[in-house]
Write a protein that binds this ligand. Sequence first.
Ligand SMILES: [Zn+2]
Ligand SMILES: [Zn+2]
Length: 255
Amino acid sequence: MASASSILKQIRGASADAIDFCFPPTCRVCDARAQRWPLCEDCHTAMLELERGDYCTLCALPVAERGAPCPYCLGEGLFPFDRVLRLANYQEPIKPLVVAMKFHHAWPIGEFFAGRLFAQQAIRDLLSTADLIVPVPLHPRRQVARGYNQAEVIARRLGKFGRVPVRQVAARLADTHAQSLTQSKSLRIENLRHAFGLLYPKQVAGRNVILLDDVRTTAATLQSLGRCIRSGKPARLSAIVVATADPRHSNFEEI
Ligand SMILES: [Zn+2]
Ligand SMILES: [Zn+2]
């Protein structure tokens, strides 16, 4: 005889099917049926194609082909990081997903991104030697208004996949997020000069630390937090970002 809990499970499953039937989930990019939530089959294929784009693993910016010299960091990397890995360039179909995740309360898309990040061999390798993932913190006022920190949603799921603890060891001291509206690179960097404070230096000392952010635009945010974490003397410091804005296009204002 079926137990009460298995009957409940069946009812829940049936009602989820009914909801799906009446309100089929739609692709967050093109409104077709989302067979692979949050994307339809075609947008999912486009996403895989985008993920295959070659990039410099020192600074996460695009290169012509794997191993080609990076015209942006010239092999120097992005200070103060040992490596910066990413999922894809910030363009369709990842762009509308990031916007929905950040600005339209679609935080579960962060969990989708964590799954896509973990599908990358380079990211699994990096996680296998990591001691700690630190999501880029939001200013508390911003987090209350949004209800969640999207970088933390991604980090928690990715940490679960890779069995790496996730801790918020730094705090945002100034609400610099108004910079989404600020296009000037120098202004963004100036805004972020003292944006973060290290709360728990002992948690990063001598450890392999990974910072996690959603989008690398000018990298000012990442670098500012990176300098703050470096002051705690980690053994290694890397970063993982979901998307990297192409420096040849000035699409910063939308992020
Ligand atoms: Zn689609
Ligand atoms: Zn580079």
